[in-house]
Write a protein that binds this ligand. Structure first.
Ligand SMILES: CC(C)(COP(=O)(O)OP(=O)(O)OC[C@H]1O[C@@H](n2cnc3c(N)ncnc32)[C@H](O)[C@@H]1OP(=O)(O)O)[C@@H](O)C(=O)NCCC(=O)NCCS
Length: 222
């Protein structure tokens, strides 16, 4: 456990415990606020089934929580080897079926736009966003900090805890995928030692402030 103190509050970073599940689900709905991935198709439960539940179920020891004055304010879902988790496309397909997303107008519009974007990119022979697998950087992470805890060191503490874990485990490196249109996140990751890797392909279906967005892969050796 890592504890950070200042004059008014105490912040702790620790691993996820089963008793955190409900509070973490509630935090995840608001922790992306203001960023391009705050909501994908307007249905938190199905989005969590792809981007949160697999980490709570299959990688709880490397799901780190920032807790300030007893309340969760941020989390980092880390996985030392992404091939140990179900793939994103597989999880999306399962979520579409389980949550009957095609019956929900916002989700239906998202997936229709995604199909159109993918087809248009294929016609122009342009790649689109996808999962990243490279043995040099097998670990990956996602991080979200609630608005009230940004700029307080909570994100740094989560990331340092994760990097310490990877070093201790002998991991060669870590990658992450964010968006070009999320400059605060890109700046934060660069400050934490990650560098941009490869092209920045279109993310099918997703829009931020009415515009298309592009995947930014970043890597860090350990
Ligand atoms: C991306 C994210 C995790 C970055 O966290 P953050 O706290 O905003 O990190 P920042 O680097 O922007 O930190 C802001 C400032 O706090 C400062 N800071 C760092 N540690 C600090 C500490 N202990 N005390 C006070 N300030 C501190 C940083 O130096 C930075 O200042 P600067 O911008 O003048 O350099 C966070 O903004 C977030 O969760 N955003 C929404 C979701 C998101 O985009 N997630 C990433 C998706 S890939």
């Amino acid at each position: 456990m890592t504890v950070y103190r200042d004059v008014v509050s105490v912040m702790e970073v620790r691993s996820f415990a089963e008793s955190d599940r409900a509070e973490l689900r509630a935090l995840s709905v608001r922790a992306g606020e203001g960023s391009p991935t705050a909501s994908l198709w307007g249905h938190p439960e199905s989005e969590q089934s792809i981007y949160l539940d697999p980490y709570m179920d299959l990688a709880p020891d490397t799901l780190f929580l920032a807790v300030r004055d007893g309340a969760l304010v941020g989390y980092l879902t880390g996985c030392p080897d992404g091939t140990k988790l179900p793939g994103e496309s597989e999880l999306i397909d399962a979520a579409i079926r389980k949550h009957r997303l095609m019956r929900r107008p916002v989700a239906r519009a998202f997936f229709a736009r995604a199909m159109f974007d993918s087809a248009a990119s294929a016609l122009r022979r342009r790649p689109t966003a996808g999962e990243f697998h490279d043995g040099r950087w097998p670990a990956h992470l996602h991080i979200n900090v609630a608005p009230e805890a940004r700029g307080t060191g909570a994100a740094d503490a989560l990331m340092n805890r994760w990097l310490d874990h990877l070093r201790a485990a002998g991991s060669p490196g870590c990658h992450l995928q964010t968006l070009v249109e999320n400059p605060r996140a890109v700046r934060f990751f660069a400050r934490m030692g990650f560098t941009e890797h490869g092209a920045a392909p279109l993310v099918p279906g997703l829009r931020y402030e009415g515009r298309k967005v592009h995947q930014r892969t970043m890597v860090r050796a350990l």
